[in-house]
Design a protein around this ligand. Structure first.
Ligand code: PLP
Length: 369
């Protein structure tokens, strides 16, 4: 940060180039494009597909607003698909059921940092000629099918990361799009900054011309050098931070197994690495006299701040008006009133994690049916 301030170049420049190169190396992708949010990364990935009115993109219902909103921004329609009851990830069966003649892309979300069943999803995308835009906002660093999430997986796949304040790697606000498609990367590099032929940093270099061409109407999605400097420092700590979060998750799962009514998230499947952005407990409501919101309030009274990820998209008014109902997405509908995210971040101390688990167990026992 201080280095960037002293340099006098605050917006996208050398620091962004270095952050991109380091992030690309960390995930094993030939291209990485730094942007100012995860939403921008998703939007650019879809912009590269030149979607038309009537086109459809398959999006899990169990996700944050951003995954689906960028589909609307491209003039297409998100088609919501259901999740697995335990992992809350989009299931290949639900994705396959959602495919129609108008489907253009599949947008799996690695919910909470747990990789989706990507081999099966890729097979659906390949068989139906769909692009794959992976929402990895929760999934840095994670691994699936032998490679890092975000690694080169073919020209039809792109992966979007978020560096929002709460995410596992943060730049305050920021994001990254990775992939292995040189033509797409060149086009998106231009669209990222107003569709210009050359960004200011390139024009500033010795021997470069001050002129640029507007190649297409683009976006203001570039990341600042200030943010990139934070990202580079965060990147160096990412592996250790993930280990800490995995340790906290293992601690919670062992502790919660001692009491009633609390269903811990399943462990990561063999060969996969979970980023543990979220630790989502499902309440067994049949065993409790109180609902989820009261459970959260009881935790808060005991000094524990817990949260909910997510209210599924189809339960929000915009999507109800778009014709979605609870019956269409039964697993996400059933999961929502049961979800509680316990605090999980790298410097949560052993004493704090014990206090969190003890409070959850105490509330579960006290309000047991
Ligand atoms: C945070 C998040 C995003 C968007 O990231 P921003 O950097 O906030 O734009 C996208 N998808 C999911 C699932 C997220 O949680």
């Amino acid at each position: 940060m201080a280095r960037v301030l002293r340099s006098g170049w605050l917006t996208s420049g050398r620091e962004v180039e270095r952050f991109e190169a380091e992030f690309a190396a960390a995930v094993g992708a030939p291209e990485a494009l730094a942007v100012n949010s995860g939403t921008a990364a998703l939007h650019l990935a879809l912009a590269a597909l030149d979607l038309k009115t009537g086109d459809e993109v398959i999006v899990p219902a169990m996700t944050f607003a951003a995954t689906a909103e960028v589909v609307w921004h491209c003039g297409a329609r998100p088609v919501l698909a259901d999740c697995d009851a335990a992992t809350l990830n989009l299931t290949p069966a639900a994705a396959a059921r959602a495919v129609t003649r108008r489907s253009r892309a599949l947008m799996p979300v690695h919910f909470g940092g747990r990789p989706c069943e990507m081999a099966a999803l890729r097979e659906i995308a390949r068989a139906r000629g769909l692009a794959m835009v992976v929402d990895a906002a929760h999934a840095f660093p994670a691994r699936e099918n032998g490679l890092a999430v975000g690694a080169a997986r073919g020209a039809a796949e792109a992966t979007a990361f978020s560096f929002y304040a709460t995410k596992t790697l943060t730049t305050g606000e920021g994001g990254m799009l990775t992939g292995a498609n040189a033509r797409r990367a060149r086009r998106l590099r231009s669209l990222r900054l107003h569709g210009l032929s050359a960004a200011a940093w390139g024009r500033h270099r010795r021997g470069a011309t001050p002129h640029y061409e507007i190649l297409a109407p683009g976006f203001k999605y570039n990341l600042t050098d200030l943010a990139a400097a934070i990202g580079r420092a965060q990147l160096r700590r990412a592996a250790g931070a993930r280990r800490n979060r995995a340790g906290i998750a293992a601690f919670y799962s062992a502790a919660l197994a001692e009491g009633p009514a609390l269903e811990a998230p399943p462990p990561a499947a063999g060969g996969e690495t979970h980023a543990w952005h979220l630790y989502v407990v499902q309440l067994r409501l049949e065993q409790l006299r109180i609902g989820r919101d009261r459970f959260l309030e009881e935790l808060r009274r005991r000094g524990v701040g817990a949260s909910v990820h997510f209210k599924p998209l189809h339960m929000h008014s915009w999507y109800r008006r778009a014709g979605y109902s609870a019956a269409m997405l039964p697993a996400a509908t059933r999961a929502f009133p049961r979800l509680i995210s316990l605090p999980i971040y790298p410097d949560l101390t052993p004493a704090e994690r014990e206090r969190v688990a003890a409070a959850a167990l105490e509330v579960a026992r006290r309000f047991r049916r």
